[in-house]
Write a protein that binds this ligand. Sequence first.
Ligand code: TRP
Length: 325
Amino acid sequence: MTARVLTGDRPTGPLHLGHYFGTLRNRVELQQRGADMFVIVADYQVLTDRDVAERLRETVDGLLLDYLAAGLDPEGTTVFAHSAVPALNQLVLPFLSLVSVPELQRNPTVKDEIQHSRQSSVSGLMFTYPVHQAADILFCKGTLVPVGQDQMPHIEVTRTVARRFNERYGPVFPIPEGLLSVAPVLPGTDGKKMSKSRGNAIALSATPDETARLIRGATTDADRHITYDPSVRPGVSGLVQLAALCLDRDPHEVAAEIGDAGAAALKRTVTEVVNEFLAPMRARRAAYAKDLDTVRKVLRRGNERANELAEQTLAEVRAAMGTVY
Ligand code: TRP
């Protein structure tokens, strides 16, 4: 049986190289190996940490362009949005009955997000979104969920919900597996984790000049001898790692080749390598950007397929629960 892969993103802004090496690359590979790929644009999850989701239309267009630029197949991928699939959202209600409030309060990722939240108080959605995420995965009977480490608690919630539902009402859901991405956390241009909110991220949509400027401003140190030693030299090592990932080479080798040429030479190399790496993605992006209608059609088609599946699953759920009147 081919795996049904479900994963996705909150539409909060442009995807960057951290996303690419952390998950996008993985998705494209899984798809090339024949997985049935579902990608959710988690537009209701955006509301967990802010009161209003701003400029969603634009952000979602950008996200679709990023997916296609990264190489996801527009024919073979089911891209869809939370808000467009009512039956998916309806699954959240019975699912909520299967988890306890203390279980929700113990979720380490949610706890961390609450600490960094932009809301003045914690919303109900914040505590319950992992259950919503279980519906994202289970509505299409996803079996494989490629995610980063921070999402693993949500996969656990999903497995718990599926198991408890099956025990209480009969076998409806497969128990999905998380697929942890093997890529290390990619540091941004300040040596800390690449993240849009830190201003240290190279977006897939950045121009060659913007990329050069970001890398020129990267944090380095005074030692002219370039080495790869992340714990001692996070700035320099982050740049080395970035070049190594783009070249698919060992970072120690990349560092050794620059040797005593210093940080300026390192930055020149990284800029060149990153720009070369991003060139085909930029070309694809530019081509799709000229034809937004086609891009939006990918989402519309995905929404249709997601709705069909969600309605089927909801029908099974209602039959199992004895709520078909
Ligand atoms: N929580 C994920 C994130 O913030 C996005 C997401 C929503 C997701 N639903 C999902 C990921 C289902 C995997 C599966 O990145």
